[in-house]
Ligand binder design. Sequence first.
Ligand SMILES: *Cc1c(COP(=O)(O)O)cnc(C)c1O
Length: 423
Amino acid sequence: MHYEDSAEFAARLDRDDPLAGFRDLFEFPEERGSRKSVYFCGHSLGLQPKLAAQYVSEELSEWARRGVEGHFEAARPWVSYHRNAAGALATLTGADPIEVVAMNTLTVNLHVLMSSFYRPEGPRRKIVIESTAFPSDRYAAASQIRMHGHDPGRDLLQWQPRDDQLLYMDDLATLLEREGGQTALLLLPGVQYYSGQVLDMPGICALARRHGCRVGFDLAHAIGNVALELHEWGPDFAAWCSYKYLNSGPGAIAGAFVHQRHLAPGDLDQLHGWWGNNAATRFEMRDEFDPAPGADVFQLSCPPVLSFAPVLASLEIFTDAGLSRLIEKSRRLTGYLAWLIAHRFEGRIDIITSAAERGCQLSLVIRDKGVDARQVFRNLTKLNVIGDWREPDVIRIAPVPLYNSYGDVFACAERLQLALDAA
Ligand SMILES: *Cc1c(COP(=O)(O)O)cnc(C)c1O
């Protein structure tokens, strides 16, 4: 792709962008001074689709008008509300609709799924995470090990990145050569939150199979960002949140995938609640649990419809835009930002995210001697470029193809220059 360092060039790319209109479907944060918000924080909290307010308010009025009868008589009956998300989630994850369910929140789902898929037995009791794992995933894995009476100091294994902060499959292969026979589960991200690196998910699944380990993916930074083929790749399970690239609002209902090979009734021990019971017999209030088909069996409680409504609004937009078109734009958009940064800030700013393995996000490290990187980040925020700071030294920014423009990317480069010069 050919790029140029000019506002005119960025404007031309925006004029030629078939997805440019989707930007108008979102609410943008306010101006700061006279500077429009360049919102590059979709990796942390996606912007609000305008449709979200309408969907929430529809459910509020169903509740007001119908009371309890909304369970069966609302336009989208609450008893089966969660199924409205399954088709679009299956498309985004490359799954069969029967393999996915929207429920709970991410860390809760990791625990629910590990309670079925992490069953340490004999010597096979270790869990592999990456050493830079998101804290919640680390805490979840360590506490699972403790819940089974074992010691995370011994049983939580860590895949270390190299000096360039990236993870290498060769290193995971070496780790499993040594520890594979004692490893029960690999709990790894699809996209690493700190570096933005897209991991080789099919390769990880193949390696795990060779060593007889189970695999669960945390797709928090992957869903709605990169192409996923979960059914074909064959992890045992996956989970994600919906408030990052899925734009469904703070604390939105999350999602889970369980591979079809585990979905035969009685195949797995699992935690049960009444919403995992077959919908046809649920209200017979039987003593015996009658499992719902598919991943629905993992549901515990009735779906929280009010925090679910924005998920449906957001998924509708993804369906209209189409993930493959979004990914195509994402490559160009993030490619343009990477090009501008290399072009303007050679030697002053490094991008640690691998060019060959990335989605929207770029993780920047300030290399300018004597410059306080935190101050650069604070300056950038004052200039209304919204990214985030991650300890110890990374600024994460993510142009999102649904609502960011090439003009945003150009403005980001201009303001990055100001932020750097003023630090
Ligand atoms: C965002 C994120 C979380 C957040 O977990 P919640 O349960 O939604 O609070 C967990 N793990 C990873 C890898 C994340 O990126």
